[in-house]
Design a protein. Sequence first.
Length: 680
Amino acid sequence: MASSEYNYDESGETWPFFVLALSSFILLPLTFKYISRILSNTDSTKVNESIKGSIRENSESLKVPNLSEIKSFQSKQKSSKIFNKTLLVLVIGWVTVLYIAKAYTKEADLTGLFDPYAILDVSFTASEREIKSHYRKLSLKYHPDKLPKDLTEDERNAAEQAYIKLTSAYKALTDEVTRENFLRFGHPDGEQPTTHGIALPQFLVEGKYSSLVVILYFVVIGVLLPVLVGKWWSNVKSHTRKGLHVDTAANFVRKFTDRDPAKVITPDVVLEYILESEEVTQEFPKLSQEQLKSLVYDHLNRKFDSKTESDKVKLISKLPFLISGLIDIAIVFKHHETVFSAEDLKKSIVQAVPTTSKYQDLLQLPFVDPETVVNQPIKKLGKLFAVSKDEAKKALGITKDADLERALKVAEHIPTLRIIEAEIKVPGEEDGSVPPHSHAHISLKFLVKSPRIKSCPDIADERLKDEETLEYMKNPLIVNEQQPQLPYSYAPYFPQAFRNSWSCYVIAQKDNKLLEDSTSYILENADLTDLDISQDEWIKGTDVKIGTFKIQLPSPTGNVGQYHYRLVMKNNAYFGADLDIPIDVEVTPLSIGKSLAGIKKQMEKAKQEQDSDYESDSDSDISDPEEDSLAGAIAALRGANVKNNTPKKSKGDDSDEEDEEDEDVFTDINTDTEDEGDDN
């Protein structure tokens, strides 16, 4: 049995690589996370960016009273993202890695490895003749009798060692016994002693410094590692997956569980819930609930106090995140009234307008005088563009023509949606029918409209059809990401950049509740080029951009009958852009003839797209479509059978397979039809 021994790294050839590998294992993911955080927050300090990106309002010209506090908050936020403990750890870590790599690493010594092919400089497939030829050439170079006489003692010893290794390599490839040893033990001399390398010098392990190594090991393994893991686990345990403190989430759950059904949840009530959150109380331990509420109301009414402005800006920046957390929990309880109040509160905070005002559409514009706005009849942005500029100036309380132009410029670039189609569809059903128990989705076709535009253009039906590619059939929601992302909202009084979007909620009219397993669907991609279109081009309609948004229903459609839904779209940043759309759908029976015709048609279409053939037999009208084909995707959405791409059986089994396939296809269709007939 081979002996074993421990080899210490006395020459320092191994431990630098061990340290570099361990350090890189820690530093690389930490560096990636740090850079990602910096890049993701690059735009978060941008305020007053236009709604379209073409208007960049200057906060100084808007005369924002708390501009200095906003800039100070942004500067601190930016600094905290860059200059923090993580940066210090990264700097020290990478400096140490570079120093060790430059000062201590050496070229790896591979002399202990025995590779006869490399020693003889031949390929792995070399013939015996080639091996002998290379051996003769090298032996003339390294043979002791052929060495020059002017070599030094070290050079002569190195040449002799090379000749010995050369001879061993030759025998390992030509001599049967030596070759057997090489194949079994990896060395021509047979089994070699086993060595275990330790990437530390011997004096650190067995010398007078060994106690220091033990102490260091105890500190790292017994103290530092448990502290880091405990801190990480404590943070994970104290926050939800979306970053909400667990005590805050628990408080929201209690509020909804103990809620009085007769109590109306208004934006002010939602604000009270939010101000009780753990994130707020920990950040402002010296402020009471009334003081916190007073700060928020000062922001909504655009009142400024230099003594409390810093706390107000810090508090306001936290509220949208907490409101979103409350909305997520309210959706679970199906409290859509609470959800809508929370969405309205979020908009009020972003735009700094009162939650109960009827003039919120106008108050979100720059340069307006609130006292003048609330004492005149115009309330909507569309009406503002229907009057003369003098009347608009009077309605907004603006004295300068330049300020009026900028206010109207902002108003006309607030995006609103004109819905031109809102239907429930099933992929593959070209006639728009919805079979029972199918995976359907809400399909929205819309135009992005400026408040200054009147009427709606006529859109040809051909432009409303989706291209049913194989990817679309598998996932219709893929079209949501094929449009440009919406820009940041215009919010000069909010201290952070806030991206515009619509949150969509589906409500069943039957019980006036959110659908089972419902969630908020976010419309955050839409083309805004039509905001600059002229009235004539808009009416013509040939160049307008048609937006598409798909919402997957959380469960398959029910039995045959009529179903009524309500789609509510709440804009998260602008007043006057919300929508409430009724959607009705009739689930119809799937007839045999229609089913077969539809599947055949989709199979023909799949042949053209994929240039592939379906296998069919003369005794069978149609077989189950393959699961990775277009027809297979349609059949799966309908709940029908699909066929795996498995090898065919022998001819003796063909008739049985054909009978089973025919029986499966027609049995499924007939069974569904009978059930649907009973329902009718």
